[in-house]
Design a protein around this ligand. Sequence first.
Ligand code: CAA
Length: 258
Amino acid sequence: MKRAPVLIEKHGNVTLLRLASENPLNPLTDELVDALGDALGRIDADDAVHATVITGSEKAFAAGADIVAMSALDYAEAFRRDYVGRNWDRIRAHRKPLIAAVQGYALGGGCELAMMCDIVIAADDATFGQPEVKLGIVPGAGGTQRLPRAAGKSLAMQMCLSGASISAQQALACGLASRVVARERLVAEALDMAGSIARHSLPVLMAIKEAVGRSFESSLSDGLLFERRLFQAGFALRDQKEGMAAFLQKRTPEFLNK
Ligand code: CAA
């Protein structure tokens, strides 16, 4: 029997998604990206899940889009099928916190998938790169757009123009990753972080994700206005009353996610 390309584990109100292609380098085939989009769609619809960790194999988070499939692609088909748009946009549209736990290679679409997540935690052996230039193509799932925002223009240019990878420590130093941990601890640390996020009110988590996401899409004054309106709207939530009452009563809040 063919195994599922994405394995799903529940850890309380956190879901762990493991990219698990037959090839441990996890080429991002349409089948894998479709399965990931389906899983994230179900998580968005499930009020019991507050946060998700995406991880790969010991060898690779993902070594990029499927070079076998792309080698035969022509422009008309790529455009007609909206290649690397159609199914990848479902990851971008996911509304709850996403943590990428990256071990081994995160190359091309793999690096881009990590950058679509909200937080990147890297194992000490992780490498990040946009090697598309070596294949005679431009990065296609955000490498030229998200990498300069995450890592700054000079390093993003260096990575995209040379195709050379950076280490986990370099990813940490430039802000592409927020933590580097020992590889044996990667998934446990990512689940711990997801758990510490997931204990909070779900609508507040979703609003924060939306507001931080907006900061990359708008002017400062538009972003500040968007944030202020979300902040003011937050006073309509029962969880605002609960969070503040719990603080004043020196107890742990019991959020209702309402
Ligand atoms: N797609 C399809 N197959 C891939 C692949 C990919 N992205 N990456 C590796 N493979 C295949 C190899 O062809 C090889 O297949 P066979 O066993 O049938 O020969 C198998 O996986 C093992 O690969 P290697 O022998 O190369 O393994 P390695 O350990 O020596 O090297 C690696 C590992 C450095 C990751 C190397 O495989 C590599 O450079 N892969 C390609 C990385 C890449 O260029 N990614 C960008 C893809 S384009 C893209 O992602 C576009 C976009 O922006 C969306």
